[in-house]
Ligand binder design. Structure first.
Ligand SMILES: O=C(CO)COP(=O)(O)O
Length: 139
């Protein structure tokens, strides 16, 4: 599965701890991240992560483009609900695309726990079927 990892500054420690705790699961998958989040997680865990631009510089949009191309299977996006973000439209667009394409999206630790366990149990293996159908239909 292709998994994106994103966290706003006030939530980066939480996501680093989360990925560290579940790194045995995460290392079985292909990981992507926005710039600073990916760097922090790589430094903490040594996991191999493809890094896009930092969020305010377009990283959320790059990950959104992968969603539109049927190339993202799950998103862990620890958003900070208490701090205004200069790139709020990009954040909204990313969340919207997850809804457009029914991509599992965890925006906080509580949902992230469910998503990572579901991933391990194979509960989002339906994504493989969606991807195969998408490839047949040219998406
Ligand atoms: O701003 C972000 C998501 O909206 C995250 O970007 P960074 O990982 O580069 O901090």
């Amino acid at each position: 599965m292709n998994i994106a990892l994103i966290a706003h500054d006030e939530k980066k420690n939480d996501l680093v701890q989360f990925v560290t705790a579940y790194q045995e699961i995460f290392k079985k998958h292909t990981l992507f991240a926005t710039g600073t989040t990916g760097l922090r997680i790589n430094e903490a865990t040594g996991l191999s992560i493809t890094r896009y631009q930092s969020g305010p510089l377009g990283g959320d949009q790059q990950i959104g483009a992968r969603i539109a191309q049927n190339q993202m299977d799950a998103i862990f996006f620890f958003r900070d609900p208490l701090t205004a973000q200069p790139h709020e439209p990009d954040v909204t667009a990313l969340v919207r695309l997850c809804d457009v394409y029914s991509i599992p999206l965890a925006t906080n630790m509580g949902t992230a726990e469910l998503l990572i366990r579901g991933l391990e149990l194979g509960l989002i293996d339906w994504r493989n079927i969606v991807k195969e159908n998408g490839e047949e239909n040219g998406r």
